[in-house]
Design a protein around this ligand. Structure first.
Ligand SMILES: C[S@@+](CC[C@H](N)C(=O)[O-])C[C@H]1O[C@@H](n2cnc3c(N)ncnc32)[C@H](O)[C@@H]1O
Length: 295
């Protein structure tokens, strides 16, 4: 027994020495481990979205409500759409449904969250839209059925294989010549906000080092994965896209004829959420893009 005790004491002693001498590597290892655990806990699956549906507007900043103008709505409005079929992918609580329902002949709306679909149905009970609980990664039964697909901040998964699958499925469900109208979070927008913060702070604080440190604390930079475009919002992981990534990923699935624009948010929404904001500068944005399945 005393031998085991000695052995344990030795192990504790060498571990503390390793920790002391390799504090930097130990800290790094520990933070990587915590980061991995965090990713596991905070996967944005259908249950996570079910929970968000309860208090949707306090959780979500929406390009349908909180932007200065929405070029996607302008483009959809200019379509000769009365005889067209449309599918909304990840419809949430159904904010876009009244517009789609009034402008298209057939409307299908899917979401993998049961609760989101329940609310979307209730809020649009008088409409012809067909609501379905369905995952965007599995849409085999919709092969070449739609003239138009719309996705507003619903391609958010941090699982790269799933994301590519969603894009492939979206391509498959469109008729030849069909169009995808999508809005997705912009990675550049986060980099831009960091730049604004640093620039403005440097007007008052001469130490660049200090300002950069403040910026990373304020914008919670440790939880930004700049390579994968993964942002951690207080524990929830979500995907944001670089402009070049939109073309790379959607072109790979077969889409052509890209038009990409900003959907500018209103700065006031940042203020309301308690974040630093810069009303004299151009506001942060999501990416809007439209692309086509060749005829
Ligand atoms: C930020 S909300 C946006 C909702 C809606 N498009 C809007 O703009 O109001 C994202 C929605 O996408 C849905 N979603 C995410 N991944 C999905 C998937 N793989 N299949 C279907 N829906 C998905 C979520 O359940 C959630 O309702």
């Amino acid at each position: 027994m005393s031998q085991i005790f000695d052995l344990l004491q030795d192990m504790a002693c060498s571990l503390s020495q390793i920790i002391f001498h390799h504090k930097y590597y130990f800290n790094k290892y520990l933070s990587q481990l915590l980061y991995k655990i965090k990713i596991k806990i905070n996967k944005m699956d259908e249950q996570a979205w079910d929970k968000i549906s309860v208090d949707y507007y306090s959780e979500i900043l929406s390009p349908l409500k909180d932007c200065k103008h929405n070029p996607m709505i302008d483009d959809l409005s200019s379509l000769d759409s009365k005889k067209l079929s449309v599918i909304e992918l990840g419809c949430g609580i159904g904010d876009l449904i009244p517009f789609l329902d009034e402008n298209f002949e057939n409307v299908t709306a899917i979401d993998f969250s049961f609760e989101m679909i329940a609310q979307a149905k209730e809020r649009n009970s008088q409409r012809k839209t067909n609501f379905l609980v369905k995952d965007m990664t599995q849409m085999d039964d919709f092969d070449k059925q739609f003239d138009v697909a719309v996705a507003v901040n619903s391609i958010l998964t941090t699982d790269i294989t799933k994301m590519n699958q969603m894009i492939k499925e979206t391509y498959k469900i469109l008729k030849p010549g069909g169009k995808l109208f999508a809005i997705i979070p912009s990675m550049e927008s986060y980099i831009y906000q960091n730049m604004l913060f640093v620039d403005h702070k440097l007007e008052k604080e001469p130490s660049q080092k200090k300002v950069i440190m403040q910026a990373s604390k304020l914008l919670d930079h440790k939880s930004y994965d700049m390579f994968q475009g993964i942002i951690n919002f207080e524990g929830e992981e979500q995907k944001a896209f670089y402009r070049f990534e939109i073309i790379y990923r959607f072109e790979k699935a077969g889409f052509t004829n890209f038009k990409i624009e900003r959907v500018p948010y209103r700065w006031i929404k940042w203020k309301e959420a308690g974040h630093t904001y810069f009303p004299k500068e151009s506001p942060p944005w999501d990416w809007y893009f439209v692309c086509e399945k060749p005829k």
